[in-house]
Write a protein that binds this ligand. Structure first.
Ligand code: SF4
Ligand code: SF4
Length: 321
């Protein structure tokens, strides 16, 4: 469907407004999905086009099936730093020296591993491989303990490129991933959703556990579960819940667990004020669960939880807790 047809599907009903984190904060039409769609329709260079977090929560709420992501990515342009940043994400090892000064988190070099005649490709995702290397190590350790021969592929799926409007490069990255003939197991659930949407043979890590492992160690613990936005849009966050049930872990529900975390890819770097307001709301909603551990299967969400002073843990880490 072309952009004109997509734009014409919006009937301005406003059902998407309350789903949109930037509208919830500002109560401004400019920073709402409907306002952004109107700006694109009229060809206005609205400030609201840059404040969109690309969480796509509006798409789930829209009764007319407007594919908002196609509309916003048609007008988004990366700034000079984003242009460089998304290229660096393709080679995560180039990010390592910048993690500490930019994010005030400890950065690592990505884990390398390749076995002969490997059965599957473990795809950590760009940010996961340099900020949450221990999660990658745990996932590898677990897969190997169940007899899988693994190759780790450190790189980027192109979700970040799509987010900033570099759609052509995003398609190139997907085409390269499509050349892989083995199943891909992805550790970053929003990346898993993106790759699935683009037709890749990919399993989110939790999905892989549910479909192929079936039996997991039991744990006597309580957690709350965050549902990352793109994973939620595609419905694959249900596997996180199923894995926790398989492990006997009790889930204490947060308020609106799929509410945006505030990270929005690199959004929190360039839109600090809006991002920190979203993080504050998310923190309040999460704390209502009363749980000390937040299960987060997407790295930028995990960064947001660390910034909130909370304790994010990936499913791969829970296995060894
Ligand atoms: S995007 Fe969908 S929900 Fe939002 S105003 Fe348009 S038709 Fe309504
Ligand atoms: S993608 Fe998210 S931030 Fe952007 S308009 Fe939709 S709901 Fe709002």
């Amino acid at each position: 469907m072309g952009l004109k047809e997509e734009l014409s599907k919006c009937v301005h009903c406003g059902f998407c407004l309350e789903a949109c984190p930037t509208y919830v904060i500002t109560r401004s039409e400019t920073h709402s999905p409907r306002g952004r769609i109107t700006a694109v329709k009229l060809g206005i260079d609205s400030v609201g086009l840059n404040t969109c977090m690309f969480c796509r929560r509006c798409e789930l709420a829209c009764p007319s099936g407007v594919k908002y992501s196609d509309i916003i990515t048609s007008v988004r342009k990366p700034n000079a730093i984003e242009k460089v940043l998304v290229r660096m994400l393709e080679r995560p090892e180039t990010l390592t020296p910048f993690i500490k000064p930019v994010l005030r988190l400890n950065g690592s070099t990505p884990l390398s591993h390749e076995e002969e005649d490997y059965d599957l490709v473990l795809f950590p995702g760009c940010i996961m491989s340099v900020i949450f290397r221990s999660t990658v190590e745990n996932a590898l350790r677990f897969l190997k303990s169940r007899g899988y021969r693994v190759k780790i592929l450190n790189g980027c799926c192109g979700l970040a490129h799509t987010h900033v409007g570099e759609t052509r490069r995003a398609e190139e990255l997907i085409s390269k991933l499509k050349e892989i003939k083995k199943p891909i197991v992805s550790l970053s659930s929003n990346c898993s959703a993106h790759m699935k949407e683009k037709g890749l043979n990919v399993y989110d890590f939790s999905e892989f556990l549910v479909k192929f492992i079936k039996e997991l160690p039991k744990k006597d613990m309580e957690v709350t579960l965050h549902q990352p936005c793109h994973a939620h849009l595609l419905g694959i966050d249900k596997y996180d819940r199923q894995v926790l049930e398989m492990m006997g872990i009790r889930i204490r529900e947060a308020e609106e667990p799929s509410f945006e975390c505030g990270a929005g890819g690199d959004y929190f770097i360039f839109n600090k004020d809006m991002a920190s307001q979203v993080m504050q709301i998310k923190k309040e909603k999460t704390l209502k669960s009363g749980a000390n551990i937040v299960v987060s299967t997407n790295p930028s969400c995990s960064i947001a939880f660390i910034k909130m002073g909370l304790n994010p843990t990936h499913i791969a880490d829970l296995i060894f807790k």
